[in-house]
Ligand binder design. Structure first.
Ligand code: AMP
Ligand code: ZN
Length: 473
């Protein structure tokens, strides 16, 4: 069974064929650490973790690289606005580095709460300035960059493919025209590779460079760090859909201009998480974080369950009603698992069960291998766990399998314990009286005794073989 995924570059679902036989290189644009990641950002990271886990499930070894943007990202994805890090430092009266480290640390606390695996490599922009300078120097030497009024720009006119990912013509890409136009640019779609003091004179983080003391533009870090850790060709590059028209176009332009060949084979983008009022965004005050969810009474696993009930290429709408539904479903699932653990502890998988289990795992995997169809995979889970004809040990093994990809924390759910009921002489007497009443078919008396037992906190369930089960009420 192959893995198929939708490639933004070709606008088609394609069979995944890695560059190396058994190894996958995957680069994901990471957080800009100027504030808390909101749950929309986290939808993208949950999905990226799922891609890596699905590929591992298939048997690939995955090298997953994620950057941390701690310098250079302006309030627009183009070159307009203020520096996000600087603005946050001023607002919170802290140093830029304190801001960066605090939000980075919280980001990883939140991803850990969601049981996302830490990427194989996490790399900070500020620790790769030398790599970025050398990348820009190369672009300049190759004639793709120009120096204008203190900044180094990428000349998009020299890269005819510019706009290939979003399917836009270079002339149509007027992101520079949305706000004030940077008059240093030759073309509206050109972008900054290196800033010097001509932009923000009060920039705190600055480094020496061949063009003067300054700091990198936002896009260059992803090209420089991905090349450093993954080499000159990458299998998969991920991000949210907002990155397609500017950031990823710019990454492609500068990487392919420097490398002289195609850079990424599969581009995979996650649709947005919205609220009923519209887009959820950090810069417009999207404040719903993992901590907010906890305050609202939702475990991070409930949010993960909620995100996986919609396909990554469809927008998802966040609401309390939807989260309440997810909470109920997730808790139900945990209850099932707890019961399987209790009942299956002394069962063994027989041959028929083993065959059935492999078939169920294959069915579940096939949904994920087909462009990560998580809603269908989740329906499959329910069809299995609710099936009374399947043994508990089979169902337990199946849920442990799904948990190796979804990481819902099911393997840590505890087995249900029998709640011991103390049979006092009074209860024993009532049970004996009820037995006699039933033998005499005196149903009124039997019901009367059942009520008396209920008052003592004991429920009685009659089983088919005249046995009874006592339940603690
Ligand atoms: P940022 O920290 O702003 O660079 O964003 C981190 C990641 O979250 C990027 O991959 C964005 O494309 C993605 N993203 C931003 N907003 C949303 C949203 N509302 N829903 C899903 N992903 C988002
Ligand atoms: Zn990036």
């Amino acid at each position: 069974m192959s893995v198929y995924l939708y490639n933004t570059k070709t606008r088609k679902k394609e069979e995944f064929k890695p560059l190396k036989d058994n190894e996958v290189s995957m680069y994901c644009c990471g957080p800009t650490v100027y504030s808390y990641a909101h749950i929309g950002n986290l939808r993208t990271y949950i999905f990226e973790d799922l891609i890596a886990n699905t590929l591992r499930l298939h048997g690939y070894k995955v090298k997953h690289v994620m950057n941390v943007t701690d310098v250079g990202h302006l309030t627009s994805d183009g070159d307009e606005g203020e520096d996000k890090m600087l603005k946050a430092a001023e607002q919170e009266k802290k140093s830029v580095m304190d801001i960066a480290r605090h939000y980075e640390e919280t980001f990883f606390k939140h991803t850990e709460a969601l049981k996302l695996k830490k990427p194989t490599v996490v790399c900070r922009a500020t620790e790769h300035i030398v790599d970025m300078i050398s990348f820009v120097k190369d672009l300049e030497d190759k004639g793709f960059a120009y120096f204008s009024n203190g900044n180094v720009y990428f000349d998009t006119a020299k890269f005819p493919k510019y706009g290939c990912l979003s399917g836009q013509n270079r002339e149509d890409l007027k992101h520079g025209a949305r706000t004030e136009q940077d008059t240093n640019k030759r073309n509206a779609s050109d972008f900054v590779l290196w800033f010097t003091s001509s932009k923000f004179e009060n920039q705190i983080l600055q480094w020496e460079s061949p063009w003067g003391k300054g700091y990198p533009g936002w896009h260059i870090e992803c090209s420089a760090m991905s090349t450093k850790y993954l080499g000159e060709r990458i299998d998969i590059h991920c991000g949210g859909i907002d990155h397609i028209p500017v950031h990823h176009e710019n990454e492609i332009a500068q990487s392919e201009a420097k490398l002289g060949h195609e850079w990424v084979n599969y581009w995979v983008h996650t649709e947005f998480l919205n609220t009923k009022a519209g887009k959820m965004s950090k810069s417009t005050g999207g404040k719903t974080t993992i901590d907010t969810l906890k305050e609202m009474g939702y475990d991070p696993m409930v949010y993960k369950y909620f995100t996986l009930t919609s396909h990554y290429r469809s927008a998802a709408i966040f609401s309390e009603e939807a989260m309440d539904g997810a909470k109920k479903a997730y808790e139900n699932l945990c209850d099932f698992v707890s019961e399987f653990k209790q009942k299956a502890h002394n069962q063994t998988l027989d041959e028929n069960d083993s065959i059935a289990l492999e078939k169920l795992k294959d069915e579940f995997n096939s949904y994920l291998f087909d462009d990560f169809k998580t809603p269908l995979a989740i329906s499959h889970i329910w069809s299995v766990v609710k099936d009374n004809k399947k043994s508990d040990i089979l169902k337990l093994n199946y849920v442990l399998h799904i948990d190796s990809v979804f990481n819902f924390g099911l393997k840590d759910v505890e087995a249900k314990t029998e709640t011991s009921i103390e049979i006092t002489p009074e209860i024993a007497d009532l049970l004996e009286q009820r037995k006699t009443a039933r033998a005499e078919k005196n149903w009124a008396k039997s019901d009367e005794i059942r009520d008396k037992l209920a008052e003592l906190g004991i429920g009685v369930k009659d089983l088919p073989n005249k046995e009874i089960e006592l339940i603690k009420l």
